[in-house]
Write a protein that binds this ligand. Structure first.
Ligand code: TUI
Length: 306
């Protein structure tokens, strides 16, 4: 299936992997790219040096294109951007902020820039700044989210910009893929389904929580701080919400969650860790290789889209 996104990125299938903090490391990114999608290394809050190593390790595993996601709330984002340029990465997605100040350097180096946006206004601004495409990410997504649903956001963004739109949030199978295309998307970005990929280094306890999750098992913390984060409900999310309700300050809340995603992903602490996942977790039923996931989705979507 060819779209402006497969052409822009030089990939076989219009499926890109979310830049998930701690999860989107070189094994997963290389596996998604090898399977014909676009694998992404999530820089998240990692030091620039670690991001450089991850890029190099991914390149040892695949010759296919690989992207890097720059998390703009990270104070290190400028150093990460420098590493991306130095390592010759050709695609960057950005999240949790406005990448305008990096755009000139990336464009001059021929890097394709794909900001993740959660509103029409941000999508239009990114187009004006020279973005090559945007990811329109609905509130169904895991992690840091906006408020519009994928169903409402994607067609409105598709109408508002000329550049291609990638849909994200709540997409986990061929039906979601086909629906996104009906809404005007030319590719999808998936995170939650790839969390449980065989190549994903996520601890088995976390994968089990995603696989066992039902439709309404995620909840959003951090509404009061302006940084809403969707995750699977557990002791940590309940404690966070309790403190928020009691009017706890940012400092106390940040202290509670310090290192909590790492705890869940690396140590498998599903009690005190933060289990970021999207609402589609209820649909994710088994561990598969990235190749199996992508081929299954494409087969199902091709049948539906005709
Ligand atoms: O960035 C994400 N998802 C993330 S980042 C992340 S790391 C984290 N860990 C703990 C607490 C908070 C974050 C986990 N998940 N998705 C992309 C995304 N970007 N969603 C929403 C946005 C967004 C929001 C506001 C993009 C732009 C924006 O603009 C605000 C501005 O600066 O004008």
């Amino acid at each position: 299936m060819e779209t402006r996104i497969t052409e822009l990125l030089g990939i076989k299938y219009p499926i890109i992997q979310g830049g998930m903090a701690w999860v989107a490391e070189h094994h997963l990114a290389a596996a998604v790219s090898e399977a014909g999608g676009l694998g992404i290394i999530g820089a998240a809050s990692a030091p620039a040096k670690v991001v450089r190593e991850e890029i190099r390790k991914a390149k040892e595993l695949t010759d296919k294109p690989i992207g890097v996601n720059i998390m703009l709330m990270n104070p290190n984002a400028p150093e990460v951007a420098k590493v991306v340029l130095e390592e010759g990465v050709k695609v960057v997605t950005t999240g949790a902020g406005n990448p305008a100040k990096f755009m000139k350097d990336f464009k001059e180096a021929g890097v394709k820039v794909i900001p993740v946006v959660a509103s029409v206004a941000m999508a239009k601004m990114m187009e004006r700044c020279g973005a090559d495409a945007v990811v329109a990410e609905g509130t169904e997504s895991g992690g840091h989210i906006g408020s519009a649903t994928t169903m409402c956001l994607v067609p409105q963004v598709a109408d508002a910009v000329q550049i291609p739109v990638i849909a994200a949030g709540g997409i986990g199978d061929g039906r979601g893929f086909a629906a996104a295309f009906m809404l005007g998307a030319e590719a999808v970005q998936m995170g939650t389904r790839f969390v449980v990929a065989k190549e994903s280094i996520v601890h088995k306890n976390y994968k089990e929580k995603v696989i066992k999750a039902k439709d309404i098992d995620s909840e959003v913390t951090g509404m009061s701080t302006g940084h809403p984060v969707r995750q699977i409900r557990n002791q940590m999310s309940r404690e966070y919400l309790r403190l928020e309700k009691e009017g706890a300050g940012l400092e106390e809340l940040e202290h509670l969650t310090l290192g909590s995603l790492r705890k869940a992903v690396m140590d498998g602490d599903v009690v005190n860790g933060t289990l970021m996942a999207g609402q589609i977790a209820g649909l994710v039923k088994k561990e598969q290789t990235c190749k199996e996931m992508i081929e299954e989705i494409m087969q199902e979507a091709s049948l539906l889209l005709g």
